[in-house]
Design a protein around this ligand. Structure first.
Ligand code: OTU
Length: 619
């Protein structure tokens, strides 16, 4: 059947007024969508009728899109690079920790505005599995808010209020797996064949064993292996993460169609950005680690084409915690656009390596391996997030010059666990072997030594380390996202050890409740909270009016700095100098430069104090 007959199925459900615009979007994106889906599922005899039904369901969701969101779509279609501005700043938190409920988060909007936030990522707030649920990453229903946090009306009220305040709401969309009490999993356990086909279920160990031979492990200690025996399902279920998180089977087109529609229903409630969780794992292939497979990219590109047709104001953000060389593909290829934003976890982790080693070699290697991006796409830069800092993404960069990268990264992990007199107060994640590197946990204030500081000098150095990493995230050329609590220098939260369902997962160390006391102190420079808040907001403001710091403005790594200093040029007129060393370093500037933060005029050979951050502007 020719594909214009198919697109007619979408147009047929739309009111007359929306048809010309829809026809335009279809002309631009439907051929790509059809090609991608035919590549994935075209061998099925029922492919064309399945595709036609998908088109009709997309039409229904298009017609249901509220007028205010249609207007946003039009605005953003006219300016597709809107999120690359240096005015963009993100903030990330759990709903319960930040505002108690979705309604409580609404009350925090003035604070977000004060900070200069334009993008709010709320960690999973959809109905999650009862009991253990990996912080909400085990979703029971994509169509309901977690009752403890509110309901769909609260969600819509929040997205509306945020939009009015110029803040886009980002929601996790956990597309790799569902909770074992999602209706599909329940029906699969009850023996429903269609539901079983939504998952990877094996009756015996033969195939799971063959897959395991080349698979990695995300939680080797608390959830070893990638398959869980489920009596009711009559076999082994693929569970990359916790045993109660069942991986979806995207080789089944029904999974793709259902998930795409679930995403659009949330978009119609006003979610503007989707953090696509665990994107690397969507496609399984025997004999590989089943990560970053070409089909995973085709699925994401198909999702992008659907968003471009139905809700082009929406952004997709890839969460793929993978080596640097695998990252660019998540932002698209010459053939098709993919996500708009991708986490740069190598850059994040390399910043911490820089602190531990007082050397920027790994950071420089990561930056050298970071290619220029396609238009209207960018990295997400960050200092911390709710997960561990995963070290293994740096295996390639840490192994340059025949250094043993595993040993090197294990040393870094030990450093952040506080070994050998280090100032850091973190915890190793998922590894009891001190010679293995997996990840490290802890709030930024704990990892930079603020939490352990006893003297004013120690506090000062720790503050500088915090600002150094934030300065990198804010000047790199990306969409920077602050992690709730870091702006107030909040410390580790050990209370998870008292909660049996969390005690074995030390990522909870960096998931504290918003500290009202520190918030009240934020304008008092005599407190650690106020000192951090003032210094950080000064950086944010300095960034806001400098176009050289826009995500897509040119960036180059300068090679004229000492090994412990990272020198970034943003065009001809802007330099960021970052000293990762505990000792003063020298750097020679040609011409005269103004320090954007202190106003000082600098030139010639300058001295960079320990852990100093300078943003310099020519003239
Ligand atoms: C994501 O992360 C989430 O950010 C985690 O909070 C979830 O536990 C997980 O998915 C399952 O939903 O590799 O690319 O700390 O980096 O679990 C996906 C390890 C991931 C995380 C890892 C992860």
């Amino acid at each position: 059947m020719p594909s214009n007959v198919m697109t007619d199925r979408l147009l047929a459900v739309l009111p007359e007024t929306l048809r010309p615009q829809a026809a335009q979007r279809l002309a631009a994106a439907a051929p790509t969508l059809h090609r991608l889906l035919a590549g994935l599922y075209g061998e099925r005899t029922d492919f064309e009728s399945w595709y036609g039904a998908l088109m009709a369901s997309l039409g229904t969701l298009y017609a249901a899109r509220p007028a205010a969101l249609q207007a946003l779509d039009a605005e953003r279609a006219a300016q597709p690079d809107w999120f690359l501005s240096q005015q963009m700043l993100g903030y990330c938190s759990y709903v319960n920790n930040f505002g108690g409920t979705l309604a409580g988060v609404r009350e925090q909007i003035p604070y977000l505005q004060e900070l200069g936030v334009r993008y709010l990522h709320l960690l999973p707030f959809l109905r999650a599995r009862a009991g253990e649920n990996d912080g909400g990453f085990a979703v029971t229903s994509f169509d309901d808010v977690e009752p403890a946090l509110g309901n769909n009306a609260d969600l819509e009220a929040l997205t509306t209020a945020l939009r009015d305040a110029g803040i886009s709401l980002c929601s996790d969309f956990i597309l790799n797996h569902v909770a074992d009490d999602h209706v599909w999993a329940q029906a699969a356990k009850a023996g429903d064949a269609q539901a079983r086909a939504m998952f990877h279920i094996f009756s015996g160990r033969s195939l799971p064993d063959q897959y395991e031979a080349t698979l990695g492990q995300v939680f080797p200690q608390v959830a070893p292996g990638n398959f869980s025996h489920v009596e009711a399902a009559g076999g082994w279920v693929w569970t990359t993460f916790y045993p109660y998180q069942w991986d979806l089977n995207y080789a089944n087109p029904a999974v793709f169609a259902e998930m795409a529609q679930a995403l659009l229903r949330l978009a119609n409630r006003g979610v503007e950005v989707f953090r696509l969780d665990s994107t690397a794992f969507l496609w399984k292939r025997l004999g590989t680690n089943s990560m970053n497979q070409p089909e995973a990219h085709q699925l994401l590109q198909a999702l992008r084409a659907i968003v471009d047709i139905v809700a082009p104001g929406v952004l997709l953000k890839a969460e793929a915690i993978v080596p640097t060389c695998e990252l660019p593909a998540y932002l698209g290829s010459a053939n098709a656009a993919e996500c708009h934003i991708a986490y740069h976890s190598s850059l994040m982790a390399a910043g911490w390596v820089g602190l531990a080693e007082q050397n920027t070699a790994v950071l420089r290697a990561v930056i050298a391996n970071t290619p220029p991006l396609p238009p209207a796409a960018t990295w997400l830069s960050y200092v911390r997030c709710h997960d561990d800092i995963g070290w293994n993404v740096l295996r390639a960069e840490a192994g340059a010059d025949s250094v043993d990268s595993a040993q090197r990264l294990a040393r870094v992990a030990r450093f952040f666990s506080g070994a050998e007199g280090s100032y850091a107060r973190g915890a190793a994640f998922q590894s009891s072997d001190p010679n293995a590197a997996h990840g490290s946990n802890g709030m930024a204030a704990a990892l930079t030594g603020l939490q352990s500081a006893r003297t004013e000098q120690e506090r000062e150095l720790a503050m500088r380390r915090m600002l150094l990493l934030h300065g990198l995230a804010l000047s790199f050329g990306a969409l920077p996202v602050l992690y709730m609590g870091d702006e107030l220098a909040m410390e580790n939260d050990e209370s998870y050890l008292q909660r049996p369902q969390h005690a074995m997962d030390s990522r909870w160390l960096q998931r504290p409740r918003f500290d009202r006391q520190r918030w009240l102190q934020r304008h008092d420079g005599a407190t650690p909270a106020g000192r951090m808040y003032q210094a950080l907001t000064a950086l944010v403001r300095a960034r806001q009016d400098r176009a050289a710091l826009a995500a897509d403005a040119p960036r180059s790594l300068l090679d004229d700095a000492p090994a412990s200093v990272l020198a970034l040029a943003r065009g001809e007129r802007f330099r960021a100098l970052m000293n990762f060393s505990a000792s003063a370093q020298h750097y020679t500037l040609a011409g005269s430069w103004t320090d954007c933060l202190s106003g000082a005029i600098l030139g010639g050979t300058i001295t960079l104090a320990p852990y100093a951050l300078h943003w310099l502007e020519r003239g």
